[in-house]
Design a binder for this molecule. Sequence first.
Ligand SMILES: [Zn+2]
Length: 402
Amino acid sequence: MIPFYKLERYEGNQNLFDLVMMSIASTSVGEPLHFHAEGLRGTGKTTIMRAARDILPNITRIKNCVFNCNPLDPHCPHHKNLSEAEIKEIGTEEIPMPFLEISHSAKVGTISGSIDLVKLTDNDTPEARLLPGLIPQAHRGILFVDEINRLADTSPEITDILLDVMGNKPGHIQIEESGLPVVDIPVSVSVWAASNPDEEPGALEEIRRQLSDRFDMVCYMERPKSVDVLAHMLKENSYANKIRKNRDIKQEDYQKNDEFRNNIVEWSRRYEETELPDFLRNYIARLYLKHNLESIRAIEAMQQGAILYSIIKGHDKALISDVTQMIPLVLKHRVDGDTLLKVVNDIESRGTKEGRLDFMKARKNKKEPEQDENYFQSGRSMRDIPRNDLINTEKTLTTGEN
Ligand SMILES: [Zn+2]
């Protein structure tokens, strides 16, 4: 498997790399960020998401707790009522942030939880205990679902579980077993999903709109269009190169992964203390009202996304361009094409005017001439661009001829 840092980056997949980092940084401080990558086969969606396992930071949990209890905020049935001293007694340990994948053939019990038969049939001390399923075990980590459109079509029970898990931040899950009281536990899990909307059964928003809306962001993956990128991919994937790479595994790979991990830890720390400036919050609120956006989730995702994006791009504060960068990702699956066009056109015209005002304000406080262009939203006329281009490329929002 190609290490995360070596995966080919090009314009059509840059959004996914950004979302992966943003989501890990947010997850590691306890706020999930759910996203869904759509695209044709061969765009490398699942490769990128699975490779992200290489760069996950550690979490600290109560020793041996399969529910990954945070020692500062225990939530599982075994630890939630313990005192600080009792938890100290048990001790803590560091484990890599969980990354678990739901298979389509999984049973509800495997996903949510079931009765622990070993404990129940123990000759000395028979005990009815719950064995957490995949989702409770992914607490404080990532849950990956490939072909989510197909899952939504064929497994309504698992879809309902996901709706609960993604309903709030944190979400919750119910573990039901006959003979045992229903246990409802909080879970804080970022759901990452992938699908190809051009294959059966079609786009997720048309199959289960409610589930589609639970995703904070959707990014559409494009195929690489440049000869250089493709040629480089071929070289990386040649048999000879793979053999060579497997032979010298590689201090370098570990080091590069550590660099990513360290960045993520630093970004998480910053995320915990960063607020969106008032004028950007107002800007988002106006978009909501003016375009009748319906989903509060959408504008919350805009705020969360803009802050995270500004942090991973190293901006010392969130800019209007950080918000506009998020808009197509947040709205693509939530509004129809016409509304999205209107919002984007609005950014184009109003954004410039307001951006300029804010720029003037910023100018008074601080001299930052190198950031000027971030306050001016310019772009080519969106009306002439095919809808797909508009939705899929962030560049149309921020660059182009003036
Ligand atoms: Zn626990």
